[in-house]
Design a protein around this ligand. Structure first.
Ligand SMILES: [Zn+2]
Ligand SMILES: [Zn+2]
Length: 467
């Protein structure tokens, strides 16, 4: 099977646009399609700080002869560009001897020259950028990830942050969280759509939109990421790490954490695969944007009749500016406190986080997880509790949860104890109390009784004419 066999000439041109973008050329675009020929690719390169235009002719044929090189050479000469420029002919096949000689005379990589890229060169380029050489699909090669932890802190720092929100736990006293990281494949796609729709009455609709799409790329079917997660991926300022050099990068973070007297480690790191090729994400994005920008326009014709027209941008109206793969870390932390294990999970880009699970903001007894609610820790059993499930321990005056407390009624009011021993101790204390002290064990009842007595006095007093 020949190189890039399955592609049509136009598809080959589209593919070459991606290939050049991968090779670091800038502003890669296709010129307007003319009636009889394909479109040239126009792009720029920066060599030694100098910007130069490159005009490319693509030929998806077995052999390319001298006239093709000549014709491109004239196209370069007439191309309107305010600076140096050169040409390039790319083919899946080979160049004839005369074509090579002619290009040699022009000087291949000098101003005004024409570089020849043949099937053998494309093979090398393909391997370099992860292109499947038979169907033109470009695989995603990605070693870059957003940093799972803020620089200079360690994996435990985010857990300490959420624990700090619970007032009665000192983060310094909790055990080191177990941490693992899953690197989730994401693709961010930048595209522009511009189209003009005309009828006999003139332009009825035009579009000029730029779209940034962030996509979850682990599954076969791309899913659009929104909100916080999308913001994490598009944040250009977020620190990044190289997954190939992962050990050194993460160890540095761990070292910093140790410096901060936090004993921390990343116990497991897992990396997921991208579900589709870059080419497929590009096609998916083009289809999606064509649909998203489809509108029905009503207009009145010259004959005063009302018309309705559905305006859908064509494939070539959508141009993909960039496709950037990146791994978004999901950090899973687990801490055991007493009888309970708590998980805190979040997607991260350096110090920015999007929480996906936070057991520290959920009552173990009723599952209440209100955003504004307060949560209290029960040191007796290790539970985290909503306001309804936390009480004050009668002997120690510390929070105790309704789940583990031992209870008994005193002065008609339920009292909470850490254990049997504390309850027994209080029984003795209570037995020794004076009557008014016992009454104070039920403040609302005591206050209520005093008030009732006062009201009774007033009623009695006024009826006998004293007041
Ligand atoms: Zn609760
Ligand atoms: Zn408890």
């Amino acid at each position: 099977m020949a190189l890039l066999d399955d592609l049509s000439g136009y598809e080959f041109e589209d593919l070459m646009v991606d290939v050049f973008r991968h090779r670091g050329y800038e502003n890669v675009s296709q010129s307007a399609r003319t009636a009889d020929e394909g479109r040239d690719i126009l792009m720029e390169e920066v060599v030694d700080g100098r910007r130069r235009a490159v005009v490319v002719e693509c030929k998806h044929t077995d052999t390319v002869s001298r006239p093709v090189v000549q014709k491109l050479h004239s196209a370069v000469a007439t191309y309107d560009y305010g600076g140096p420029k050169r040409g390039m002919v790319a083919t899946t096949g080979r160049f004839t001897g005369p074509a090579r000689e002619y290009a040699q005379e022009l000087g291949t990589e000098s101003d005004g020259g024409v570089e020849l890229v043949d099937g053998t060169d494309l093979r090398e380029i393909g391997e370099e950028i992860g292109m499947d050489l038979y169907n033109g699909r470009i695989e995603i090669l990605c070693d870059e990830a957003l940093a799972p932890f803020p620089p200079n802190t360690g994996p435990a720092a985010p857990v300490f942050d959420v624990v700090r929100e619970i007032e009665n736990i000192d983060p310094a006293t909790i055990p080191t969280p177990e941490t693992s990281v899953t690197f989730q494949p994401m693709v961010s796609i930048s595209a522009s759509t511009s189209a003009t729709f005309e009828t006999s009455v003139g332009v009825i609709h035009s579009l000029n939109e730029t779209t940034e799409l962030v996509v979850h790329a682990a599954d076969d079917e791309p899913r659009v990421a929104r909100g916080e997660r999308s913001a994490l991926v598009t944040n250009r300022a977020a620190p990044r790490i190289d997954l190939e050099d992962r050990r050194t990068e993460l160890d540095a973070a761990v070292d910093a954490a140790v410096d901060a007297a936090v004993d921390a480690a990343v116990d497991a790191v897992e990396r997921e695969r991208f579900g589709r090729t870059e080419t497929a994400y590009k096609e998916w994005a083009v289809d999606r944007l064509r649909q998203a920008h489809t509108t029905t326009v009503h207009y009145t014709g010259d004959n005063n009749v009302d018309y309705e027209k559905t305006c859908t941008p064509s494939r070539s109206d959508v141009s993909i500016r960039s496709i950037d793969p990146i791994y978004l870390p999901r950090v899973h932390s687990r801490v055991e406190l007493g009888e309970y294990a708590y998980r805190y999970e979040f997607d991260a880009a350096g110090s920015a986080r999007s929480t996906t699970r936070n057991d520290f903001r959920e009552c173990v007894h009723c599952g209440a997880d209100g955003i504004d609610a307060t949560y209290t820790y029960c040191a007796n059993c290790g539970s985290i509790n909503c306001d309804d499930h936390i009480e004050t321990e009668r002997v120690e005056h510390e929070p105790v949860c309704t789940g583990c407390a031992v209870t008994e009624r005193f002065a008609l009011r339920r009292k909470y104890f850490y254990d049997e021993a504390n309850r027994e101790a209080f029984r003795e204390e209570y037995a020794a109390m004076a009557v008014h002290e016992k009454a104070m064990e039920n403040v609302p009842l005591a206050v209520g009784s005093v008030l009732a007595l006062l009201v009774a006095c007033i009623v009695v007093g006024s009826s006998v004419g004293v007041l």
